[in-house]
Design a protein around this ligand. Sequence first.
Ligand code: AMP
Length: 427
Amino acid sequence: MNILLLGSGGREHAIAWKLRQSSLCTRLFIAPGNPGTALLGENLSFGVNDFDAIVDCCRQKTIDIVVVGPEDPLVNGIYDHLRSFNDFDNMIIVGPSAVAAQLEGSKAFAKAFMERQGIPTAAYREFTKENYLEGVEYLKQHELPIVLKADGLAAGKGVVIAQTHEEALDTFADMIQEARFGKASAKVVVEQFLSGVELSVFALTNGKEFVILPEAKDYKRIGEGDTGLNTGGMGAISPVPFAQGEFMEKVMNRVVKPTIEGLNRENLTYFGFVFFGLINVDGDPYVIEYNCRMGDPETEVVMPRLSNDLVKLFQSMFNGTLSGTTIAFDPRAAATVVLVSGGYPGDFEKGKPIIGLDSSFPADTLAFHAGIREQNGQLLTNGGRVAAITSYGSHIGDAVSRSLQAIEKIQFEKMNFRSDIGYEFRS
Ligand code: AMP
């Protein structure tokens, strides 16, 4: 089968790595891809939101499967666009319709969906310019801390956890009156703060059936010990030690099943990955957020731990045979450590030569490229998150140590990373 994968991050390199292992994968194209994906398939030079180029590519390369990595094209309707052409009726599209992608594209949509389906989540209210003053009064009497979320996509930056009422009111004004996140913050969701350990659970679904992939925990803060600013993700681990037994039964019965049943009941066309961002509050799971695609860097540990053939899973998703499928997990732990540009998540420089990323690493280490470009055979930094170094290990501490060892070989000016990924579970 010919496959087109959209995206250019570490997530897409990990998905490409997994797809390449399938005997069913004939040709693999990645748009726009990165130097890592170029080693596994053919990079094409159009962007993920260039729908015309995507359609042309599907025709010219007789694409059988389109895998959508990031959320933008999904929220922009790539699924619906491709489905509007009869000649693509048999093409497998991994990614939901625009309406269903609102589970990620609009926090208010996701909250209302969870409320209708009785799925546990933090109590909330939504506000716009119209009921702004009511919002101010609501915030003044809200217990601290207060969580404020821009409704729309804000590249992971639209959530503020205010520690004082003053900060909450300033943020609220900033978001609604000053359009801090543009249109995305014209509506603001204000919600109760939940305290607990977070984890990410992933399902592959066709809106009726689903399978559960290996779970993961990511580390969002820039600084060791979970301090400093939020980033796109500084590392991830899998498995998550408390994600088992009674807790996972609750996740299945209270969150995953009601979500898929809700998609079906509400006729939301959904083919692809569902990312459940969960928090464990005293043994009970609550949904913090949905994403309509895989996470980054979680994918860099989930794909290595998934033993099934990913192309076959996509076929089962499309053919309606997912419920007869057993997911096999690699029993080893996996950890990924993300190498970032100095200054990230604030301002950072690009174009720094990267040394050692093409080294031969031990067989239990995988070097996934993210913000990297190649110029005259030299790898150069080209983003905040530059690479994700994943290793397998007998336990999480072992996996992290192997990644840190591999990182000793890699260098670029002002390279930064967290050496404490998985710190809670290392021993
Ligand atoms: P989101 O973009 O909704 O995933 O939020 C980003 C991060 O903010 C989450 O990963 C949590 O760490 C934190 N967060 C969001 N909502 C809440 C909440 N209700 N209570 C506590 N932390 C939250």
